[in-house]
Design a protein around this ligand. Sequence first.
Ligand code: ZN
Length: 310
Amino acid sequence: MPEGDTLRRLADMLAARFVGQEVVGNLFRHPRYSTSDFTGATLTSVDSRGKHLLMRFSNGYTVHVHLRMTGAVYPRFPREIRAHRRKFEIEMTDGWIVAVDIPILGIMRTKDERHAVGHLGPDICGHYDHDLAIQQLSSAGDVPISQAMLDQRVVAGFGNIYAVETPFITGINPNTFVSSLSNVEALLSIGVGLIRTNARRGPQNTTGRNIHLTNHWVLSSEIRRCKVCGSDLVKRSGRETAWTRRTSWCEQCQPLTNTEVDLTRAAKLLAGHPCRKIVDLKTGKLLVPVNEPVVAAALRTNEGGMKRSR
Ligand SMILES: [Zn+2]
């Protein structure tokens, strides 16, 4: 599921593979951009802002993509996918960038990117301003915490995994209003620690168990019982929540009456998770500066794992 961490890694992977290369030819299957021609332009940078992807070219234009739930961008030509699903195909000097099933595509002058991403709140996996994010999330008011975390204008990057798992880890019900929470900073810091750790490492792991794989406490549909107390979990579909995303919680561990972020519980549940290098689970504060974009570990060490991942 594409969230801020997935997009950060995708941007790093595309940049490592294609920045500096020229466009040999392109095809945009979009009524507005079908005549757009990037031939001869060089890809100068690839960046993510929250869940948005920005590919910048030397002709002064940016290709803007949002994957939502269905989209993907491939660093190769996926012949196995039918042409009508390939929304754009850009042939580079050495390889292809192909977008499939993307619901949002835009081409704009790079200087006008703000029209596409200017509404976003602090970008957790990018140049992140934690103080501003605390202030904006704390001001969300009478809004369920999961809904506020998913509002990209408040803070950009969290998707449903973190909006469901972080409340579970901290003993807060997803429906609890932000206005009634006593320590929004601690909850936010834990979410930030998780997503930035996962952006660097790869798997969307929120448990610290099977750390090299995707692993969750409550969100996955096959998890029926609470892994902490054994109670049956409450499951709600996207049609049953005010924020139209499925959710899950434990009535015993996350009663609506809990308004205090439970750091003792968080420390216990995240005992094996490397997010502890980023967030202090005794105080709920960040341990290290997080104002620079996360760099994917596989790329930083030249292991090449990202190139094989899709
Ligand atoms: Zn429980």
